[in-house]
Design a protein around this ligand. Structure first.
Ligand code: FA5
Length: 359
């Protein structure tokens, strides 16, 4: 075997068995560095005759290329091995919490929404939704409140600039337009609740410009006021987590219900700053309700000679205030984390009827 062939075999063998990048670099310097074995060989070409150079030039250059390629290939191989070893040793346990302790809490309104969804799901109600920006027609006209009806005044409406066709959108003043949306697309029997945001030009300790309502709508051929009372009663028992609920009905007026009824629940406010539910001689206002007005049924494409039903609409934030003892409604929407830490709920405790709503 020639000297060149021996040198090639030795260098390529050493490159193939180099165990890390440092060993490979040492081999590269020993072969291809300034004073490396192959560099020294290449230097001898200058002193050779033209004939000798013709033979040895391709031989030496070929050796240099082979070694250069072998070193590059081994370097890539070692890089992959090192990366795989690093990936294997630096595993991340994704089940560990991101922070030592959970700092976020569930807002009381979200908590109350979850509680209400659990209660009404148990009573067989579906959840319906509608947009915050609503047609004047659905918010008022189809609810038996025609343009210029004085009841529009009660709603302190936020209007949005007129469209080109003269129509005007509004921020919905109550969740009742979702009654209209539901009746327009679904035939009876209907049994839905509508929790959602509502807007009115209103601002004091118990009124905010944006607040939440809970609407309920039941339509079939024989639902009556007694059914309405039973549903409100069952809701109050589950929501306030008491067995003993006494309701008081007061006559009221809403253009979209006839008759209209406001419900109060017995409570005790005799201890200053405290409220106890289910006992005492005081009354807690729950909200409005009534039998859906036949005009509303007809305007929503439901035959009022065949179908009837009830609806109610309660203030959700007010219910959260009462249940969780928050005296002022405005901080609900101020995003103060100190308030949230005080009134918020653990993020992993989902309210369920059997597990407890507000433990
Ligand atoms: C209504 O909005 C009717 N749509 C309710 C209804 C539905 C009646 C279905 C009959 C049938 P009212 O304007 O009373 O009714 O509002 C209902 C509740 O929303 C009130 O009892 C109150 O708890 C709450 N509410 C009203 N305005 C505000 C406000 N600015 N901030 C917080 N809560 C409010």
């Amino acid at each position: 075997m020639s000297d060149i062939a021996t040198l090639e075999r030795d260098i390529l063998g050493a490159v193939a068995s180099a165990s890390d990048e440092a060993a490979l670099e040492a081999l590269r310097v020993a072969a291809l560095g300034k004073k490396g074995s192959i560099s020294e060989l290449l230097k001898t070409l200058g002193a050779m005759s033209a004939e000798e150079r013709k033979v040895n030039g391709p031989l030496f250059n070929g050796l240099r290329d082979k070694v250069t390629n072998a070193i590059a290939a081994r370097k890539a191989e070692l890089g992959d091995v090192a990366l795989n070893a690093r990936l294997a040793s630096e595993t991340v346990d994704v089940t560990l919490p991101a922070r030592p302790e959970a700092t976020g809490t569930i807002h009381p309104v979200s908590q109350v929404l979850d509680e209400i969804a659990a209660i009404f799901a148990d009573l067989g109600f579906a959840i319906a939704e509608g947009p915050d920006v609503e047609y004047d027609d659905y918010n008022f006209t189809k609810l038996n409140i025609p343009p210029d009806h004085p009841a529009r005044e009660m709603h302190d409406t936020f209007y949005i600039a007129r469209q080109e066709d003269g129509s005007r959108h509004i921020l919905r003043t109550h969740t009742s337009p979702v009654q209209v949306r539901t009746m327009l697309k679904q035939k009876p029997p209907i049994r839905v609740i509508v929790p959602g945001r509502t807007y009115r030009v209103d601002n004091d300790a118990t009124h905010t410009p944006m607040f939440h309502q809970l609407e309920a709508l039941v339509i079939d051929e024989k639902t009556h006021l007694g059914n309405l009372k039973w549903v409100v009663e069952e809701f109050c028992k589950a929501f306030f987590e008491i067995e003993n609920v006494t309701l008081r009905a007061r006559p009221s007026f809403f253009p979209f219900t006839e008759p209209s009824v406001e419900w109060d629940m017995r409570c005790d406010r005799s201890v200053p700053g405290k409220i106890a539910f289910g006992t005492g001689n005081d009354w807690l206002e729950l909200g409005g309700s009534g039998m859906v007005h036949p005009n509303v049924l007809d305007m929503c494409g439901i035959d009022s000679t065949k179908y009837q039903g009830f609806a109610f609409g309660f203030g959700l934030d007010r219910m959260a205030m009462l249940k969780y003892g928050a005296p002022d409604l405005r901080p609900f929407f101020e995003s103060d984390v100190r308030w949230l830490r005080h009134y918020g709920f653990a993020s992993l405790d989902l309210p369920t009827l059997d597990g407890g709503l507000s433990r």
